[in-house]
Design a protein around this ligand. Structure first.
Ligand code: ADP
Length: 385
């Protein structure tokens, strides 16, 4: 093979955003043989501690993005609060984004995502996208539902922000009215969920794909509090999720981690949403699989072959640490034996995601107990599932 046809590894990675995901990418970078330059909002952002070079600027600031682009070979993202127009412009000038702005659109805009998945024949909850309460389709859509809907802002939401669960028609119209001032609103049936699960699919530059196992994600108050492997799904539903993940990955074709969240009901498995970045449902892979989601993401976006996503033990539990009314104790969390405590280096604030704890084992109960004991000692506000 001539050197011109050899794949080139992009060793200088730019990351837009400097939260805990970028922080954990920073921790994985050395093993993958890449360096990270961050575009951080502020010099005390979580990822600044783990990344070699830091630029300070907003994720949607064209000048800041240009400065980042001039310092790296390829740009990736730790969140989806980005300006697709600016990103498209940079791409047209030759800046390499992984995932591309075309793929990112699925993650940036929940309305676009739902419509595109549905058009591709992928199972999603019944939904309607509206711009205002005067939309003439709205009343009949609401009449068809057995209960008030779930209402979601198409753009800008995360961790349950931008998601509302109105309890009657008046509240429904009020919340749609309020959210529609900022843009499209997704109105969808409020499902009776038996489970929530998630799967990571990672796609390399050459289109090869690695699947992580399906995991259960446990939610409280619209926020994920626990993830465990293996999931509680039976074999049939697990197969259904795998098939859906394949379809979603081949539709979106994003380079890097694609995280697909699923709703499970008595009638089957439906796609809730897709993120195009490492994801909370994959934090357990840092210790729990042969290659973590962060290393895998960096391998993918730098143009390297992917590696094994095989679990190293038969059970794993990850618990999120969310700030309670009073600060907790990292030392106390660490004193619980045989756990992996990750602190995001963020100042304590009630309701803020401060870290996570993972425990592994060869039977289900023990990792669950250790992870929760450690997270409680850390002072998490989350309640055990
Ligand atoms: P975010 O992007 O902020 O995480 P999600 O759309 O994932 O928002 O919603 C957060 C949580 O709210 C979900 O994990 C689920 O528990 C609940 N939820 C969202 N949509 C529905 C729905 N249509 N039916 C029932 N529960 C829902």
């Amino acid at each position: 093979m001539s050197s011109a046809t050899k794949p080139t590894v992009s060793e200088r990675i730019g990351v837009v955003g400097a939260g805990q995901l970028a922080r954990m990418m920073g921790e994985a970078a050395r093993d993958v043989g890449v360096t990270i330059t961050l575009l951080a909002n502020a010099p005390d952002d979580s990822a600044v501690a783990t990344c070699s070079t830091v630029l300070v600027g907003a994720a949607n600031d064209e000048l800041a993005l240009r400065e980042l682009a001039s310092a790296v070979d390829v740009i990736t993202f730790d969140h989806e609060l980005v300006d697709l127009e600016v990103l498209g412009k940079l791409e047209a000038e030759g800046v390499i984004l992984r995932p591309s702005s075309e793929a990112l659109r699925y993650a940036v805009d929940k309305a676009f995502q739902r419509q595109a998945l549905e058009a591709a024949g992928i199972a999603v909850p019944r939904f309607l996208v509206v711009r205002s309460t005067t939309d003439e389709r709205l009343a009949s859509f609401l009449d068809e539902l057995a209960s008030p809907p779930v209402v979601k802002a198409a753009r800008g939401g995360y961790d349950g922000r931008g998601v509302a669960f109105p309890s009657n028609r008046d509240e429904t119209l009020e919340v749609i009215d309020e959210m529609s001032r900022a843009g499209d609103v997704v109105v969808e049936e409020h499902l009776q969920l038996t489970e929530e699960v998630a799967q990571l699919v990672v796609r390399s530059v050459d289109g090869s794909v690695v699947f992580y196992p399906v995991v259960s994600t446990v939610q409280r108050d619209g926020m994920c509090v626990e993830v465990h492997y293996p999931s509680d799904l039976d074999e049939k539903a697990t197969d259904e999720a795998f098939h859906l993940s394949e379809s979603v990955a081949s539709l979106i074709r994003g380079v890097g981690v694609m995280a697909i969240e699923y709703f499970v009901t008595d009638d089957g498995v439906l796609v809730n949403e897709v993120a195009l970045r490492p994801h909370n449902s994959g934090h357990w892979t840092i210790e729990g699989t042969l290659t973590s989601q962060f290393a895998q993401h960096l391998r993918a976006v730098s143009g390297q072959p992917l590696a094994s996503a095989t679990p190293v033990t038969s059970h794993a539990t990850m618990v999120n640490v969310v700030g309670a009314d009073l600060p907790g104790s990292l030392d106390a969390a660490r004193s619980v034996g045989d756990t992996f405590v990750h602190d995001y280096g963020k100042s304590w604030r009630p309701g803020r995601k401060l870290g996570h704890v993972t425990a592994l084992g060869d039977e289900p109960a023990s990792p669950h107990v250790r992870a929760w004991n450690s997270a409680r000692a850390y002072g998490t506000v989350t309640r055990e599932a």
